[in-house]
Write a protein that binds this ligand. Sequence first.
Ligand code: ATR
Length: 265
Amino acid sequence: MQVYGLIGNPVGHSLSPPMHEAGYEALDIDAKYVTFEPPAHEGAAAVAAAERLGVAGLNVTIPFKQDVLDAVETDPLAERIGAVNTIDLSGDEPRGYNTDAVGAVRALDHHDVSLDGTAVVVGAGGAGRAVAFGLADEGMTVEIANRTASKADDLAAAVPGASGHGLDALADLLSDADVLVNCTSVGMDEDETPVPAATLHEDLAVLDAVYSPIETRLLRDADEAGATTVDGAWMLLFQGVEAFERWTGESAPVDAMNEALRAGL
Ligand code: ATR
């Protein structure tokens, strides 16, 4: 039996175990997915311990995504993002990847959103970084808007072709944009949005990285404006799907994993 898992602190409410285990069941793979909660700053030690114990793969969440960088051979995209959320322990060396970036790309692609033109990424924290690099790698022009504009500028300097802005630029930026991704925590457990409703329009596809609640105020506003909407569970799903495929070498049973994830939300 293979063991996969998640390291984070806290990991109590993670939806990854049911999502991954639904995938193993659908493909008849003999595997378990378990959560581990090492103390802060023990991420690298936890990776080494998991490797010794024969764990085949790890997901990594807050606060360990940067912590484990030194413990793994990092793939180029994860290196540029500066964060690892998926580790393959099946080879001679632990290999680190960032499937958050690809998760956003695949969530949009799954909804037939074409990934050319301009994307506005709101937020310049960990999620914003991953999404900005992911969309730029797809060839999109990325505009980053953040409450603290200097952080948007710093991130934009690292992302090919990107520019940084404050939130006051949103109306201008969105009038010409094709894709909008909310990567701030605004809307999580509160009925607020970082994007004024009047700036949304029907030619936009809107992805909200917030998945609790599943229908955020931003997505309701986007729907009312006639935009295509993609909820945060799709992004969570596809980061998991991408990890599943790296570990097992199989095409993931997306529907089964999606159903298990949404049942837990
Ligand atoms: P994550 O790893 O989930 O991206 P983070 O690194 O803490 O979390 O980043 C949170 C993001 O949400 C930041 O872009 C933050 O903006 P600042 O850089 O200005 O702090 C943004 N954010 C959080 N609360 C916000 C609010 N009330 N209004 C606008 N942006 C907010």
